[in-house]
Design a protein around this ligand. Sequence first.
Ligand code: PLP
Length: 437
Amino acid sequence: MELKQQGSESLIELQQSLLESYNEYKESGLSLDLTRGKPSAAQLDLSNNLDGILNKKFTLQDGTDVRNYGGITGIPDARKLGGEMLGMDPQQVMVGGNSSLTLMYQYIAFALLHGVEGKESSWKSQADKSGSPVRFLCPVPGYDRHFTICEHFGIEMINIDFTDAGPDMDQIEAQVAADPMIKGIWCVPKYSNPTGHVYSANVVKRMAGLGKIAGDQFRIMWDNAYSVHYLNDQPADLTNVYSEAVNLGTEGSIIITGSTSKVTYAGSGIAFLCASSSNLEAFQKYLSAASIGPDKINQERHVRFLKDINGILAHMASHQAILKPKFDLVQEILFNNLHNKNMGEWTVPTGGYFVSFETLPGLAKDVVRLAEEAGVKLTPAGATYPYSQDHSNRNIRLAPTFPELHELEKAMNVFVLCVQLASVNQAITASTPETSD
Ligand SMILES: Cc1ncc(COP(=O)(O)O)c(C=O)c1O
């Protein structure tokens, strides 16, 4: 029976029994964490053969000594590997340091302050001339660190809703056409963080077309962080945005990033940025003021370890074997405790690192607080929105990858209990007539 249909006595009875279980958890001294999307130790172990794999062979076929300075574009075989992983020609791939987020940050700094085609083209100088701030479109809920980059640089963020097929392209096209100071959009096109969306072919095609209607130096930040991170039998299909853009002559608007952070080691992987030749050239020139080249030893290690796309997919199957039971467990606990109760909705992702949960309006913060008081840390409510402002206070990002299965089970049991308790508390408040002094 839905909460709204229950009388206040039965609601209070329900609240009492939920509170009893809740207090038991509280007293049991739990300390569990469902916050950041990190790989577990078992996943990291899958890549331990990276260690020592070079066996002192530091010279590449072309004679490059990977121990020495140089090679800002990355070594050829690592560019090829990144190209296979992200569906790009190696010529369009540069291999950076250990983090795609760093490359994104650097690209935004470059476009904003330096200008992708010289100082006059910088987003900042356009903003100064027009008197309007630089703006970015942000499909929500999204990846908090994208929003932090914008906030850090004072780029104004505009929320965009999702449809089942991906971000709402009608909203996006209307906004972009109306405002030339919208200089970019954040996209996680495959197994989106946190919703798990895989953008449909039509959404990808329309994204590729934005360069035709947007203001100057508009960039689509295509963060394909989860391109090979599948949970089903095989990875979902994602239409190639760069090929679509080449067909339309808009490839200059596409900046694609990815990394092996969740393939090999998070924080010690290799990161890729793919773009048109002129975009790559300009960005590398900018970067060369800050670096004499990336860690080529790690690039060569990754090439030897992963080999090619087949090697990557075989490796990702081992990740899947570890992750699938965790994601299945999360779904099972959500379904068994919340299905048909009208206390929230959640996604069933086919890949990626997250499950996105929507509480009843106004309850996300309460659920996070209740869970924390019972010893289960959740990602702060609102974190998945620009400026940490989820106006309907509904979204909670669940990250099941890191804890062991038995810890995940406990944490999820506490989570569903907190959702139930917060929902019942709200129903009781709503059913209590207001008194006036
Ligand atoms: C969408 C997305 N992009 C990028 C990253 C970070 O990638 P990297 O480790 O390559 O900086 C993450 C990590 O959670 C992510 O979820």
